[in-house]
Write a protein that binds this ligand. Structure first.
Ligand code: HEC
Length: 186
């Protein structure tokens, strides 16, 4: 192989290598994000079920109020920040930013079009951060606290803890919101 050919080959390899590494990194980060999301979802579900069984929905709301942010904080490790968001939020801390709003809109359309919610996710890299979102559909159980017709005790507890609550009036199959994760890239 001549000198010129060899250096062209080398340049091509050097040029392609960073792209290939970036793609591999994204796949790795997406995998990590999926694992974090699964752990978060399972912990939330467990707490919700225990709360409702032990003491009824209004006491379970109290539990959600303290436990949901604590579970998120506990899982936010290894550089990951784990949270939930929605276009209609209950906790004002969960307010969506521009990318999240745009992605929530896209998720709602995909859900309406019949896509399996288990596969509705999105990623982006912006401002030195890797970001991941996954759709959260509304299941029958969720209507107890996010539906259109709430028990008086549930309404009273929600009004007390979340005076600006927007997360009511959902139907089964609606997009309730999304998991939203971010990690700062080195
Ligand atoms: C016992 C009442 C209760 C039930 C049942 C319930 N939630 Fe919630 N949900 C809450 C409360 C309270 C919050 C606010 C938690 C906080 O302060 O972070 C909340 C917050 C959320 C959020 C975060 C965004 C926001 O609005 O602030 C999502 C997403 C969510 N719930 C989805 C669901 C889904 C999906 C289900 C059914 C699987 C469900 N919830 C069932 C009470 C409930």
């Amino acid at each position: 192989m001549g000198m010129l050919k060899r250096s062209v080959l080398l340049a091509a390899m050097l040029g392609l290598a960073p792209m290939w590494v970036a793609a591999a990194d994204d796949a790795q980060l997406t995998q990590e994000a999926r694992q974090q999301t699964k752990a978060f979802a399972q912990a939330l579900q467990k707490t919700l079920k225990q709360g409702i069984q032990a003491s009824g929905p209004d006491a379970a709301i109290q539990l959600c109020n303290t436990e949901a942010p604590a579970i998120a904080a506990g899982l936010s490790q290894n550089g990951w920040q784990v949270a939930r968001t929605s276009t209609k939020i209950r906790n004002p801390d969960n307010v969506a930013d521009a990318w999240e709003l745009q992605t929530l809109e896209n998720f709602a359309q995909r859900l309406k079009a019949g896509e399996d919610p288990a596969g509705i996710e999105a990623t982006t890299v912006a401002d030195g951060e890797f970001r991941y979102m996954k759709a959260i559909p509304t299941a029958p159980l969720c209507l107890t606290c996010h539906g259109a017709q709430l028990a008086p005790a549930v309404t009273a507890k929600l009004d007390e803890l979340y005076p600006a609550d927007q997360a009511r009036g959902f139907n089964v199959g609606d997009l309730r919101g999304a998991f939203t994760l971010r990690k700062t890239l080195e």
